[in-house]
Design a protein around this ligand. Sequence first.
Ligand code: MLT
Length: 398
Amino acid sequence: MKINHNFLNLQESYLFSTVGAKFAAYKKAHPEKNVIKLSIGDVTLPLAPAVIAAMHAAVEDMSKRETFKGYGPDQTCYGYETLIRSIRGSYARKGVMLNDGEIFISDGAKSDLANILDIFSAENTVLVPDPVYPVYVDTNVMAGRKIVFADANEENGFLPMPDRRVDADIVYICSPNNPTGAAYSRDRLKAWVDYANERGAVILYDAAYEAFIEDGSLARSIYEVEGARDCAIEICSYSKTAGFTGVRCGYTVVPDTLTREGVRLGKLWARRQSTKFNGVSYITQMGAAAVFTEEGERQIAENIAYYKRNAKTIAATLDRLGIPYTGGINSPYVWMKCPYGMKSWEFFDYLLENANVVGTPGSGFGKNGEGYFRLTAFATAENTAEACRRMEDLFGSR
Ligand code: MLT
């Protein structure tokens, strides 16, 4: 018996587990301290009333013989038509027309971003921006794929553009970006779409944070860009859009026109999902379907506005302190430069010990993240304001 030796090439633990363990250890050592977590992007507002009502109704359905549901419909990989239709409707409002068979329901973006790799050869070269959401790198390390990096830094506004000297088969793009908060305009995204189409590469487009976009020139879906249907898979989630981090629901779009080696990638994904996945619960799917109703959209817009106000509070604090950052607008993340030239983990300890605030060290997202630090806007408004007040006390007299 041999283990998968690729796992030995991973960091000892997943970034957010390491941060969580350090937070827990500090809490244990200092139980009297009120430590504020602005680290993992986990939501704090309850689900929208429209979602709760739909879930209650679905529970009722499950309680009666006539309306009870077992496995979801297998012809759509267990996605209920009500939910698929509502996702189609939300895309149509962005000017993107999708077919029902192109939308696959899942338990969230993280799993799909990892699982989609099953349909690609381990011989492919993967292009990943640096810094980046660690899941893209770790899942490819597990599979033993060759990874090349596109530097995201201050010079390019944390938005790397394609370099035609670099040959890649799979390209990851996350916009608005986790961790930097930077977001691609349609024009810039077009350059990536052209790069992928020229080479026959596939873009895995992580749109988990699209609901935070307010600038009309930024793409909310890669399919707003001409040519993307021939090269891009889009992966999205209800986690940040509608507070589903603990409920779990997302979706992946594989256009019918996306083929490689004469094979439709949607067909491979359907085969993978029907074999290794049994769908998302009916109750969850009905809750998710309520997100894109008129009432649901109004309610989740209020929740997103709440988190955006938190992001603005953090950004305004950094402005006052003269600390450079990106994000905080069109994004729930603020990517700040560590003060005093500190390294990321050094600043993590400094902020934890002196302000009792936890964030995520930029170096955990890649080498270009060294010297940076990520704060999230998903805490409560009270905790966000308090964390900012503590940072002002700490850095105000620099
Ligand atoms: C993050 O903090 O980057 C995300 O919340 C993690 C995730 O969505 O898995």
